[in-house]
Every structure is written in C-alpha cells, then in structure tokens.
Write a protein that binds this ligand. Structure first.
Ligand code: EPZ
Length: 420
C-alpha cells in the first residue's frame, strides 16, 4: 500500500489550479444513465471514486471511457443499459454508488443496488433516498442486502426530506426529471453539487427550478438528450490547499475556483488568521503568524462544510489560543483526532465537540489515514510538523484528491509518495 512521506517545516508559496469537483462528478456520471445520447464531462478529476463509478456504469452495461486526447474528459453513452444491478463489491467501496438507483428506475423502471451500509464516518442511512423514490411511486423491496426499486411509471409528488441530504436530493431529482408531472422537493440540500446537477439536467432538456434553495420544483419530461459540461472546481480541494497555506504560514493561490461557493470556508480561514484575497477565479491566502483559535460548527451548505472540518482542525491545533470544533453532520467524524494527538496536538473530544488547545508545534510521526478528509488533515499536519510524517493507507486520499502530493510539491512542500 502506498504511503505519503512529508518532511515538515517548509513555507508553502505559489499558485496551483484546482481539479474539478469529485462529488459533483459522481452525480453527473449517474445522470448520464438518464439518456441514450452521449454525455461528455470535462475537467473530471482522476481520482479513485471516479474510477469506481466508471466500474459501476460498466457493470450496468454502459460505455464509459476517458477521451483519447484529454485525460480529464470522460465520455459516457448509456445507449442501452443491459443490467439494472449495481453489485455489492463496488457499492461497498463507495457509498455514492447509490446515486444510480434513481436514474435506473427512471430509465428502466427498475434498479437494484446493494445496500451501502455504514462507513467509517457514521451510520449513513439511505432512508431519505427511499422515502423520496417511494413518494414518486416506486415500490421498494429490501432483499438479501440489496435495495430494489421498481415502477412502471414514476409520477411527480411532494417530497419533504426529514434531514438535508445531498445525495438523497440528487437521487430523487434524477428520478423526478423523467416522472410524469410535477415534483416538489422540500428541505432540499442547497449544496453547489445539487445546483450543478440541476444545471446539467436542464442542459439535457429537463425542467428543474430552485436548485440551490431548499425548495426544488421539477416538471417531468418524456426523454433527455446528451450534454457537454465542464465540471466546476472542487471547493473542498481548494479549501484544503488554502488551509495548507495557513498551517505553513505561507502564501498560496488556487485558481479555478468559484469563490462564491466557498464563503463559509473563507470566512473561517480569515477568522483563523488567514489573509484571504479573491480575484476572479483565484483565491489567495497569506499568513505570517500562527493561526488564531476559533469556534467552528459544521452544517449543511451554506454552513461550514463537514468535508473541511479535519483540515481546519489541524490548523487550529497550532493556534494561539483554544478552539471548539462541533461536528453536526456526521456522528463519527473525529477519527483524525487520535492521530493528531500522537503528533503532539492537544484535543479532547466530548460528544460532537472537540476542544482544541493550541500548541507551539507538532512533531512528525507515522500516522494512519482513516477516511478521505481525515487523511487530508494528516497531510497538512505533516506539512507543519517538525521532522518526518508518514501517512499510511493513502488510498483513502486517492479517493478524492488528484495527485495531492504533486500539487503540494509545486507549492514548495517536501513530500513524496512511496509505492508499496
Ligand atoms: C455527500 O454525502 C458527500 N458525498 C459527502 O462527501 C459529504 O460529506 C456530505 O454530502 C455532506 O456534505 C458525495 O457527494 C458523494 P448526506 P451524502 O446525505 O450525500 C444523514 C467526502 O469526503 N442521512 O448529505 O451521503 C446522514 O447520515 C464526502 O467527499 C440520513 O439520515 O451525505 C448524515 O448524517 C464524504 N438519511 C446527513 O444526513 C438519508 O437517507 C447528511 O448526509 C441520507 C442521509
């Protein structure tokens, strides 16, 4: 298994370009199931989760290939979907696989997807996805670890989610675009990845209004056409790279951003001591002193993203002062804490809150990546620590960051991947 080795203490400086959003891409790939025409996605990040979604589409009998001339262009053509089943072996590797259920029922009248189960960051049920599909008239059956949804025709309906769910909103949206009549989704997730999916669905011929707000209206259509879309910059990768600037007291510029989608992240980076400037699609963060202690509470968009919590917490371990980090989205997303403590951080977890007392410095150590964003936090800790940090189980980070070590090296980090 690969390891990332970081020698800390370098101040990061310079400019890098963001990759396209991993989470948006996964939903857009699922949306390609809704049409027999070609969907072209540009700026797709070369990360493991995209590879897993390609395998899922392949298992469904759908052609999905990288463009021969551009390694970030993906071409998907679901001319025929020959198999309605997403198998356990793939779904267990990535919960977002569940996103194919809505499109499968809408397109084929039936879909079977392995029940994704819990994962390291929490129980993560799919009850809201199923509630939404049921409201549109799908019959749901749980059978030998699989969820089967079927409906001769889907009919538009009112769906009121009990919790704000990103993939749940996307799944139901994708089913509703081909349903008969009008669907109204209340308490819809407002994340940019929902708005981007709506933009793409509309470009395919769907009628979707209000995405980005908590009320989405969809008027079903008979069929959808192809699309050619460039994926928006990955707001979490951008936030992570800026946080790397903060922990190393550096001067980092990330291009390819839509800064308006990062308001909560930029506000907290500023409050924690970063001097943040926005110019067009570039965000620059400069820092020349230790971070400042802050209060941080994760929340659905437009709140502070749970996917940035580990990275900001890492910066706060080095703050002048104390911080309280409260995780409200997932129940078990503090797995980076014991590893940060091994590097010298002073953190105590009480329920959903982590109390972080800033320390003067961290010391390099071998650490274990446990999930995608926790691993990003540990790499940032390594950049700031004295000595060498070896981050094991790097496959977690490869799920969602495209060659993060190359981007950080371009900014001046002493970082390398060891294969093995
Ligand atoms: C998406 O997951 C992202 N994944 C996650 O990215 C992200 O952390 C999360 O949204 C929150 O922003 C993708 O887009 C592929 P949710 P999703 O449904 O949609 C509960 C990363 O690191 N819930 O919005 O699965 C759930 O347990 C990741 O890139 C139900 O109770 O998250 C959680 O507590 C990991 N029932 C809360 O809602 C349901 O049916 C929010 O989860 C669905 C969700």
């Amino acid at each position: 298994m690969d390891r990332i080795v970081v020698r800390g203490g370098r101040r990061l400086e310079g400019e890098v370009r963001a990759s396209g959003s991993k989470n948006a891409t996964l939903a857009l790939m699922a949306a390609a199931l809704l049409t027999d025409r070609e969907s072209v996605l540009r700026g797709v990040p070369r990360v493991r989760d995209v590879g897993t979604m390609m395998k899922i589409l392949g298992a469904l009998g759908v052609a999905c290939e990288w463009d021969a001339d551009d390694e970030h262009v993906l071409r998907i053509r679901a001319g025929r979907v020959s198999n309605p089943e997403a198998p356990y072996d793939l779904v267990r590797q990535m919960r977002a696989s569940f996103l194919v259920l809505g499109p499968l029922v809408a397109r084929l009248g039936t879909g079977r997807v392995s029940e994704p189960g819990g994962c390291a960051i929490g129980v993560r049920p799919v009850d809201q996805h199923l509630k939404g599909l049921e409201a549109l008239g799908a019959k749901i059956r749980l059978d030998h670890g699989y969820v089967e949804a079927s409906a001769a025709t889907l009919t538009g309906a009112r769906v009121a989610f009990d919790v704000s769910t990103v993939n749940g909103t996307q799944n139901v949206m994708m089913a509703a675009v081909l349903a008969r009549g009008r669907t109204i989704i209340e308490n819809a997730a407002r994340e940019p990845e929902v708005a981007e999916l709506a933009q793409v669905l509309c470009a395919m011929g769907a009628h979707v209004h209000g995405a980005g707000s908590d009320r989405i209206e969809i008027e079903g259509v008979e069929s959808l056409g192809g699309v050619d879309h460039t994926v928006w910059g990955d707001r979490i990768e951008i936030g992570t790279l800026l946080a790397a600037g903060l922990v190393t007291r550096g001067d980092v510029t990330v291009r390819g951003a839509d800064p308006g989608l990062l308001d909560a992240t930029l506000e907290k980076l500023r409050e924690a001591g970063g001097d943040v400037d926005v110019q067009g699609d570039a965000i620059r963060l400069r820092a020349d002193a230790p971070p400042r202690g802050i209060k941080l509470v994760t929340a659905p968009y437009p709140g502070f993203p749970t996917d940035m919590q580990a990275q900001l917490m890492t910066a706060l371990t080095l703050a002048d002062g104390s911080s309280v980090v409260t995780e409200t989205v997932f129940e078990n997303r503090f797995m980076h804490v014991p590893e940060l403590v091994r590097m010298g951080a002073d953190i105590e977890v009480a329920g959903r809150a982590a109390h972080v007392r800033g320390v003067g410095g961290l010391s390099g150590a071998p650490v274990m990546a446990t999930d995608l964003r926790a691993s990003a936090g540990l790499i940032l800790a390594g950049l700031a620590a004295e000595g060498e940090t070896v981050v094991n189980r790097v496959y977690h980070i490869d799920r969602g960051y495209e060659r993060i070590e190359d981007k950080l090296r371009r900014l001046g980090a002493e970082i390398r991947r060891e294969e093995g």
